[in-house]
Design a protein around this ligand. Structure first.
Ligand SMILES: Cc1cc2nc3c(=O)[nH]c(=O)nc-3n(C[C@H](O)[C@H](O)[C@H](O)COP(=O)(O)OP(=O)(O)OC[C@H]3O[C@@H](n4cnc5c(N)ncnc54)[C@H](O)[C@@H]3O)c2cc1C
Length: 546
C-alpha cells in the first residue's frame, strides 16, 4: 500500500480524499477497471446508476436481447480460473445469460463490496489546488477522488423520440433500454414497436411470436443478416475452452477484435460465380462474418458495396412474400455495412405473419402519440403497448449527461460540442486525472477485447504515475489535436462516414446531434494498440505528467 501513496495522496491532502480512484459504471469495462485498480492497491469506489452489475446486460432486458458477438469471444480473458469455470450455453448468449455471467464475475472477484449502486454521478469537477475531483451524485452525496475513471458505456444514454404526446399514452410503454425486470406479456395485445435498428429487429422478431397484433413503425430499413445462433453442447464447450489461447490471439489480430477478418480478395478479383458462392457462404454462417469477413473492399468501394447490397436485397425479396413489403424492407438510403449490421433470427419472415403490419413513417409520418395509440398522417392506430426501440445518444451521450468540468471550470460537453477531442480516446487535455475506458475515438470492436486493453493501459499508466511519485496526469493539447486529426484521417474513404447513424454521431432526437462527426477510431484495433504501446514504451513523454 505504501507504494500507492503518491498517486493516492499528496502530503497536504493525505487524509482529505475519499478515494484514490472513482470508476463510473459497473458494466463490462467498469468491473474490470475496478478489479485492476484494486489489484494495484488503490482505494477504489465504483458508482453505478443501476441496482446491479452488467451495464448493457443489466439494462437491456427487452425480448430478444442477445449478443451479435460469439459468446466465447466476449468473456473476459484476464483470469484462467474464470475461463475454466464458465460454460457458455449458446454461441450468441441472450441477455439473461450475459447478466448471469457478469454477476458471476462480480461475485468471484468480490467486486460488489466496492460498488455503490443506485448512485448516478451528476457532476465531477476538477480541483487544481488538490489535483483531485469532486464527485456529486444525483441524490446530493459528494465524494473526493484523485482519479476519475469513466466506464460509462458507448450505448448507455437511451433516447426517447421527440414525438408530441409521448407522455399522454395511457397503455403500457417502455424504451427497450429501460425494460422492466418483470416479464411483459404480449398475448392478445395490440403492440407497437417504433424503431428498426439492431434492438428493434431483435424485439420485433420476439414480440411477433406472441403478440395479438404487432405494428412496426420503420424509418430506416436495415441490411440485416442471419445470426445462426445455436446451443453449445458440453464437448463443444470443452473444445472452445481448450482453444481460448488461439481464439483470443485471433481476436487481437483482427480489425475489430472479432474472430472474423476481412477476406484479402477484392470483389472484382473473383468471378461472379465465386462472388455469389462466397456471399452465400457468409450468409449461411453464424455471426458478423458477413460484415467483418467480407471482401476487403466492400466497405470502401461504392460498386463493390452496391453488388453486396444487391445480393442482400435479393435475399429479402426471397424471404418476404409480399413484394411491396419486401421493397419497404430493403434499405434505399445506405449501402450494406455502413450502419451497424443487425443480425437476425427470422426477422424478415415476421412480415409474412397475418398479425404483423409494417408502417413506413417516411410515407406516413407519425404525428403524435395519443392516449390510446399512435396517429400518423393517414391513420390512427390503437395500442395496448408501445415499445420505443429508439436507441441511444451514442458514444458521447453518457458524458454529456454528467456535468464534467476540468481546469478553470471548462465543461467537457462544451469542449466536445463540435465533436470529441481526445488522446487515444483515453485522455483529454484540460481534464487532468480523468481517464476514459472506451471513450470516444478509442479503438472499438468486440467490446471486452477492446475494453480489457483500454483498462489495462489505464492501469499501467496509473502504476507508472504512482511509481514515479506523480499526482497529475494530463494529455497535451498537441497530443489531442494530433490524435483527433489521425482519427479523422483514418475514417477517410470509408463509406460509413457518408451515412447518418449513431456511428457518425447523428441522433435526430437529441439537440446538437444533427451534424455528422467522427466518433470512433477506424484504423483497426491492432493499429490502435500499436500507437498506445508506443506512448507507454516512450515513458509517457507525450503526456503532461507532474
Ligand atoms: C442491445 C445491445 C447489444 C449489444 N451487443 C453487443 C455485442 O454483441 N457485442 C459487442 O461487442 N457489443 C455489444 N454491445 C455494446 C455493449 O454496450 C458493450 O458490449 C458493453 O456491454 C459495454 O460495456 P461498458 O461497461 O463499456 O458500458 P455499459 O455496459 O454501457 O455500462 C456502463 C454503465 O455505466 C453506468 N453509468 C453511465 N452513466 C453513469 C453515471 N452518470 N453515473 C453512474 N453510472 C453511470 C450505466 O448505468 C451502465 O451500467 C451491445 C449494446 C447494446 C445496447
Amino acid at each position: 500500500m505504501v507504494a500507492s501513496q503518491t498517486i493516492a495522496r499528496r502530503p497536504e491532502t493525505e487524509t482529505t480524499l475519499d478515494f484514490d480512484a472513482v470508476v463510473i459504471g459497473a458494466g463490462v469495462s467498469g468491473l474490470y477497471q475496478l478489479y485492476s485498480l484494486r489489484e494495484l492497491g488503490l482505494r477504489v469506489r465504483a458508482f453505478e446508476a443501476g441496482t446491479g452489475v452488467g451495464g448493457t446486460w443489466y439494462w437491456n432486458r427487452y425480448p430478444g436481447a442477445r449478443f451479435d458477438s460469439e459468446s466465447w469471444t466476449y468473456g473476459y480473458s484476464f483470469s484462467q480460473e474464470l475461463l475454466d469455470e464458465w460454460d457458455w450455453d449458446e454461441h450468441f448468449a441472450a441477455q439473461p445469460e450475459t447478466e448471469r455471467y457478469l454477476n458471476y464475475v462480480a461475485d468471484k472477484f468480490d467486486l460488489r463490496r466496492d460498488i455503490q449502486f443506485k448512485s448516478r454521478v451528476a457532476a465531477a469537477h476538477y480541483r487544481e489546488d488538490r489535483r483531485s475531483w469532486d464527485v456529486r451524485l444525483e441524490d446530493g452525496r459528494r465524494y473526493t477522488t484523485r482519479l476519475l475513471v469513466t466506464a460509462i458505456g458507448v450505448l448507455s444514454a437511451a433516447t426517447m423520440p421527440t414525438i408530441p404526446g409521448v407522455e399522454t399514452f395511457q397503455g403500457k410503454s417502455c424504451h427497450t433500454h429501460y425494460w422492466p425486470k418483470e416479464s411483459v406479456r404480449f398475448a392478445g395485445k395490440r403492440v407497437a414497436v417504433i424503431g428498426t435498428g439492431a434492438t428493434g429487429i431483435q424485439t420485433i422478431t420476439e414480440v411477433a411470436k406472441t403478440a395479438g397484433h404487432l405494428t412496426v413503425f420503420q424509418r430506416t430499413a436495415q441490411w440485416s443478416a442471419p445470426l445462426h445462433n445455436a446451443k453449445i453442447a458440453n464437448e463443444e464447450m470443452n473444445r472452445i475452452r481448450a482453444n481460448y489461447p488461439e481464439i483470443f490471439a485471433r481476436c487481437q489480430e483482427t480489425y475489430g477484435c472479432f474472430i472474423h477478418a476481412a477476406d484479402p480478395r477484392a470483389t472484382y478479383e473473383v468471378t461472379r460465380e465465386e462472388r455469389d458462392a462466397f456471399w452465400e457462404k457468409l450468409y449461411g454462417e453464424p455471426g458478423f462474418g458477413i460484415w467483418m469477413g467480407n471482401f476487403r473492399d466492400v466497405l470502401v468501394d461504392r460498386e463493390a458495396n452496391k453488388l453486396m447490397s444487391d445480393f442482400l436485397a435479393r435475399k429479402i425479396r426471397d424471404r418476404v412474400e409480399d413484394p411491396a413489403i419486401a421493397e419497404k424492407l430493403i434499405p434505399k438510403n445506405h449501402g450494406f455495412g455502413t450502419r451497424r449490421v443487425p443480425l437476425e433470427s427470422g426477422y424478415f419472415e415476421v412480415y409474412n405473419q397475418p398479425n404483423v403490419k409494417l408502417v413506413d413513417i417516411n410515407e406516413t409520418p407519425i404525428e403524435c402519440i395519443t392516449p390510446t395509440g399512435i396517429k400518423t398522417s393517414d391513420a390512427e392506430y390503437g395500442f395496448d403497448i408501445i415499445i420505443y426501440a429508439t436507441g441511444f445518444d451514442a458514444i458521447t451521450g453518457a458524458f454529456d449527461r454528467i456535468d464534467i468540468r476540468g481546469v478553470d471550470g471548462l465543461s467537457l460537453k462544451e469542449k466536445w460540442k463540435d465533436g470529441p477531442q481526445t488522446f487515444l480516446g483515453i485522455l483529454v487535455d484540460d481534464f487532468p486525472n480523468m481517464l476514459m475506458v472506451m471513450g470516444p475515438h478509442a479503438g472499438l470492436g468486440n467490446f471486452p477485447r477492446a475494453a480489457e486493453y483500454s483498462a489495462d493501459w489505464v492501469t499501467r499508466l496509473i502504476r507508472f504515475a504512482r511509481d514515479h511519485g506523480l499526482t497529475r496526469i494530463e494529455a497535451t493539447a498537441t497530443g489531442c489535436d494530433a490524435w483527433t486529426d489521425h482519427v479523422i484521417e483514418a475514417s477517410e474513404g470509408l463509406l460509413f462516414t457518408e451515412v447518418d447513424s449513431w456511428m457518425t454521431g447523428i441522433n435526430r432526437n437529441v439537440e446538437g446531434k444533427q451534424v455528422r462527426r467522427i466518433m470512433r477510431y477506424s484504423g483497426g484495433h491492432p493499429k490502435f494498440r500499436e500507437r498506445c504501446e508506443a506512448v507507454a514504451a516512450d515513458g509517457y513523454r507525450e503526456l503532461a505528467l507532474a
